[in-house]
Design a protein around this ligand. Structure first.
Ligand code: SAH
Length: 257
């Protein structure tokens, strides 16, 4: 089940932090590390700080964008040390652990996303997440070292996972639920939808590309909060397709009315 939970590090500058994150993950039983444009990887320093978690580093996937890192993910939890201008559904590390394990147990794919040492995650990156996770640190000194932040979340994931193990009669290891088709759509399907939605809103004149304001981020927050499933997505895409036909003056479902 824990293999469904990936740790994504965005644009990390210090390779030592990548090693520290790998060590923290392995200590807590997490195995999947995805690196978005790391500034220095692979590196000797990363291996040194991994202290035996080299297998995690060797298997780490290096990708060019956050979008690539989130392919196939159903639930994305993005971490932030500070509040953002457009507030997002916010949870603490404990809720993050519980949510991650609950979804992983349903066979879903989860990403825990961490930002740059100096600048964290951009607003655009955070708006790709369903929830924001804040470690309730000292408000006067709120930013943890990247490896330490990974450690806190990985620990909470492990505690939630062990709690499920305790509930399962006779078993010493939590088992994933019977593999089935995941209900929640994946992030790549959501991105295609947002592209379709944005284009449609421009076509009907609701969204002015010159003055987009915060419309798309607000809609991302709305749909992200809803947890859209497969059948709901096909309704949403169907509505957009029919709307575009009306805009183009093409035959559509209710053309005779
Ligand atoms: N200066 C940056 C902080 C970067 S710390 C900023 O102002 O955003 C590097 C990363 O560690 C963050 O992007 C986040 O992923 C994680 N992190 C550090 N402190 C955190 C906290 N209190 N809560 C959640 N994540 C935190």
């Amino acid at each position: 089940m824990l293999q469904n939970i990936r740790v994504v590090l965005v644009n990390t500058s210090h390779p030592g932090n990548i090693g520290g994150a790998a060590r923290a993950m392995k200590n807590m039983g997490l195995t999947r590390l995805v690196l978005v444009e790391p500034q220095d990887f692979p590196s000797h320093e990363a291996s040194a700080r991994a202290s035996g978690a080299d297998d995690i580093l060797a298997a780490a996937q290096v990708v060019g964008s956050l979008e690539d890192a989130l392919v196939g993910c159903n639930l994305v939890l993005g971490t932030s040390a500070r509040e953002r201008s457009l507030p997002w559904p916010l949870i603490d590390p404990r809720e993050c652990g519980t949510k991650s394990v609950e979804h992983a147990a349903q066979g879903e794919e989860i990403a825990l996303v961490f930002g740059r040492e100096h600048a964290g995650l951009t607003n655009d990156e955070l708006q790709r997440c369903h929830f924001h996770v804040h470690i309730p640190s000292n408000p006067d000194f709120s930013s943890l070292n990247l490896g330490a932040a990974v450690q806190v979340l990985a620990y909470e994931v492990r505690m939630a996972w062990l709690a499920i193990a305790g509930e399962q009669a006779g078993g010493d290891k939590p088992q994933a639920a019977a593999p089935g088709v995941s209900e929640l759509v994946t992030m790549d399907e959501m991105e295609l939808f947002y592209g379709h939605l944005e284009k449609t809103l421009v076509d009907i004149g609701f969204l002015d590309p010159e003055k987009p304001r915060q419309l798309m981020p607000r809609l991302r927050r709305l749909y992200g909060r809803s947890g859209v499933d497969r059948s709901e997505m096909s309704i949403l895409r169907g509505i957009l397709t029919e709307t575009q036909k009306v805009v183009r003056g093409e035959p559509h479902k209710r053309k005779d009315q």
